[in-house]
Design a protein around this ligand. Structure first.
Ligand SMILES: Cc1cc2nc3c(=O)[nH]c(=O)nc-3n(C[C@H](O)[C@H](O)[C@H](O)COP(=O)(O)OP(=O)(O)OC[C@H]3O[C@@H](n4cnc5c(N)ncnc54)[C@H](O)[C@@H]3O)c2cc1C
Length: 343
């Protein structure tokens, strides 16, 4: 295990803000991981697990502990086929989008709508990534992780991972306990693409697309919204959607809709209603392209808070607070931040 000191974290994240880590260890194997966690325990240091840094916000003061940079790329993607299913094991350090491409090229359906999401495999179960009507929980079979309390590797079934909207045990009840080293997927060979998202349905206009066709369509739509990371493009220094779509009771939804012609919404679990955070943000007066110092809102997507160049973490947080405050004043709804604070 290679340990480095005082390492700037901003370049390791897609928002490019924040200070340095006291220690950083690149984790290329399970042995590296155990050694690094033992080191942190011995020194009584806090630990933060970093994947592709596409869903984190680093504070300007940096991190006074050990950052584990996940770089385990073996097994790259091991596909095992039976008559009706294909099982695939993938290491935590494998690029998520490269995996999606691999799956789609094999003609397997189940992750095609998640094309173009940045980050690494180990991060995908943490917030149960989702987009365009699909969630990764639909195809995850199990997750293998280091349980840092017991210091042993365990395999959790999908049910044990407690997946819900942008949620799992890894970011709620067992936060900080598991470090994901491998994810296993199960694909049904007979499954065909099912489109739930209006823009995709329109795009294919009644045609039954292949996973590969959806893969490219999703990437095109994402690109148009600045939600595909393309080096050098404005709007790309972001952490994707900065706020979760709030889920409210049907009564709360009725109260809210009374003052508006149309409030964008979708059905959620348990008879609740999911609201569009982007719509709330816009109605509260924050348009695409809005700027506050070097922090701003993407010119292509209201939900993406961006670093306009040289922003501090403090500027991003000030804009966040301004948006949250105005949405609360206007609608009585408290928006929840999606990126994880590395602090
Ligand atoms: C342009 C853009 C578009 C995006 N679009 C979407 C989208 O459509 N849908 C969506 O859901 N998300 C989206 N995101 C957010 C992000 O890409 C995902 O959440 C992604 O899965 C994060 O992976 P990562 O490797 O970058 O994790 P990081 O950002 O490095 O970490 C995120 C969290 O996961 C934890 N973590 C990471 N790896 C591990 C591990 N191996 N074990 C345990 N914990 C770990 C970290 O500690 C942290 O809490 C987008 C982000 C950007 C920048």
């Amino acid at each position: 295990m290679q340990l480095e000191e005082n390492i700037p974290l901003a370049p390791l994240t897609t928002l490019h803000v924040g200070g340095a880590a006291k220690y950083l260890a690149k984790i290329a194997s399970r042995e590296d991981l155990v050694a690094a966690v033992n080191f942190a325990h011995g020194e009584e240091l806090p630990v933060f697990v970093l994947g592709g840094g596409s869903n984190v916000l680093v504070r300007d003061a940096g991190f006074p502990g050990l950052v584990l940079q996940m770089a385990m790329t073996e097994p790259a993607s091991v596909f095992e086929e039976s008559e009706d299913f294909v099982r695939c094991r993938v290491a935590a350090g494998v690029d998520w989008d490269a995996f999606v491409l691999d799956v789609c090229e094999r003609g397997l359906a189940g992750v095609e709508c998640l094309a173009g999401i940045p980050g690494l495999m180990g991060g995908c179960p943490v917030q149960n990534i989702g987009a365009y009507g699909q969630e990764v929980a639909e195809t995850i079979y199990s997750v293998t992780a280091l349980d840092v309390e017991a210091m042993r590797f365990v395999t959790l079934s999908a049910a044990e991972c407690g997946f819900a909207y942008r949620q799992s045990i890894f970011n709620t009840s067992a936060r900080g306990r598991y470090i994901v080293v491998e994810v296993t997927f199960l694909f049904e060979t007979a499954r065909v693409v099912e489109l739930k998202y209006a823009e995709l349905k329109e795009h294919f206009a009644g045609k039954q697309p292949t996973p590969m066709e959806v893969y490219y369509a999703v990437r095109r739509i994402r690109h148009g919204k600045g939600m595909l990371l393309v080096a050098g493009e404005a709007d790309c220094l972001s952490a994707g959607s900065f706020f979760k779509n709030p889920v409210v009771s049907s009564l709360e939804f009725q109260r809210l809709s009374s003052g508006f012609k149309e409030v964008p919404h979708w059905p959620a679990a348990d008879g609740k209603v999911k609201l569009a955070a982007a719509w709330l943000v816009e109605q509260a007066g924050f348009e695409k392209g809005f700027a506050m110092g070097q922090a701003g809102i993407s010119s292509r997507h209201t939900l993406a808070v961006i670093n306009r160049g040289g922003a501090s973490s403090g500027e991003i947080l000030a804009l966040r607070d301004a948006i949250v405050g105005r949405v609360r004043e206007r609608f009585g709804i408290v928006l929840e931040q999606e990126p994880v604070m590395l602090a």
